[in-house]
Design a protein around this ligand. Structure first.
Ligand code: UDP
Length: 381
């Protein structure tokens, strides 16, 4: 059996780290499972890619497609062509894509068009309902051709069922990004900025922004940053800047005394900050999940979320895309009235092991016989 594991951008690396671990630990009939780790090169530099491989002990990819930056279609097209070449040399039995980036969608399409290849989507079924987000298009397209849906929440299960996916193809397994967090929470690393700014636990804010809607217009971004900084009332704000955001930020050269823009941090350093922060302000998806598990108040600067459980169960609150709800949210935070939250079902550190057991030892996904389907029922809804 040959499994292809696809990763292309920062959040993918964190999601596949636990899958690689789980694959390497499993044996089928006494032999290791053959897999190919395929890095598309969508994110490629040390800060957005290399550091994650080092810190999370992800082995060097078997292939690097080196597609680099580009428009949505350019990037997807390059990835499809390059991955198809690999598949035509040797097709895998199952292609596992994670998340919702361009690499997810492009590799899903390339794999699914090769006869006999099955497609598994990890983090299937989540929806923001906002089709202006490129990620939402990637999710919808990927799920429309997926064979096996590994989900993080009941809401995702419901989306899939209501779009006509068979119950037996949906596997509610939990969250591989949280596997990685739980595995690494005891080895998080204090970043340099901690001493530089003399940060103290519970007395600073972490900010990240990278959605086109918030960062592509530099005037809008400046307005957001001024509102966040003044609402934080002098509290230090550490702002690791995503490459996309850096462009708009350069155009402005903002000087805001309590706002500290720095380079993107490595995973262990970033989550050290989150764990010790008073709150996180973000438009990321993954960070709302990590803040939930770490029990840190989280404000999301978007109108919608594809991860509603971070709000209904976790510590996250949607403030909307503009600035209007930001001041009141900080008042609530500083008054000590932020909700405590708890941890969503199956976000327990064992998700990748569940997925890999299904893909390998049991072989039940690949051997589609009646007996295995009955067995699969243990894992379905
Ligand atoms: N992250 C990181 N360093 C940073 C900012 C984020 O390691 O400076 C990690 C974060 O812990 C999370 C992931 O990157 O695991 C989230 O990625 P991103 O916000 O780019 O993507 P999204 O989750 O919105 O798809």
């Amino acid at each position: 059996m040959l499994i292809d594991l696809i990763a292309g951008a920062r959040p993918n690396f964190i999601k596949i780290a636990s899958l690689v671990d789980a694959i390497e630990q499993v044996k089928v009939e006494g032999a290791p499972v053959r897999y190919r780790l395929i890095h598309t090169g969508q994110h490629f530099d040390e800060k957005m890619s290399g550091s994650f491989f080092e810190e999370l002990n992800i082995p060097a990819p078997h292939y690097n497609l080196e597609v680099g930056a580009g428009t949505q279609a350019e990037q997807a097209g390059k990835i499809m062509k390059a991955y198809e070449r690999i598949l035509l040399k040797e097709a895998c039995d199952i292609c596992v894509v994670v998340g919702d980036v361009n690499s997810t969608m492009a590799c899903a399409i390339a794999a699914k068009k090769i006869p006999g290849v099955k497609l598994a989507h990890v983090e299937a079924g989540i929806r923001s309902g906002d089709r202006t987000m490129p990620e939402e298009i990637n999710r919808i397209v990927t799920d429309s051709i997926t064979d096996y849906f590994f989900t993080t929440s009941e809401t995702a299960n419901e989306h899939l069922l209501s779009s006509g996916v068979a119950k037996t193809a949906i596997f509610f397994v939990g969250n591989t990004m949280i596997d990685t967090l739980l595995k690494n929470v005891s080895r998080l690393k204090k970043p340099q900025v901690w001493d530089e700014l003399k940060l103290k636990s519970g007395q600073f804010i972490v900010l990240t922004l990278h959605r086109p809607n918030n960062v592509d217009d530099d005037a809008k971004l400046a307005d957001l940053l001024h509102t966040i900084a003044s609402s934080a009332e002098g509290t230090n704000i550490v702002f690791p800047v995503h490459p996309r955001t850096a462009k708009a930020l350069k155009a402005r050269e903002l000087e805001i005394s309590n706002l500290h823009a720095i380079e993107p941090l490595s995973y262990l350093e970033f989550n050290y900050l989150v764990k010790h922060a008073k709150a996180v302000v973000t438009d990321s998806g993954g960070i709302t999940e990590e803040a939930t598990v770490l029990g840190v108040p989280c404000m999301t600067l978007r109108d919608s979320t594809e991860r509603p459980e971070t709000c209904t169960i976790g510590t996250n609150e949607l403030l909307g895309a503009g600035t209007k709800n930001i001041p009141a949210a900080f008042v609530k935070l500083f008054a000590g009235n932020w909700k405590k939250g708890s941890i969503p079902e199956k976000w327990d550190g064992k998700t990748a092991a569940r997925i890999v057991e299904m893909l390998t030892n049991r072989g039940m996904l690949l051997n589609n016989n009646a007996e295995n389907e009955l067995d699969a029922a243990r894992y379905t809804l």
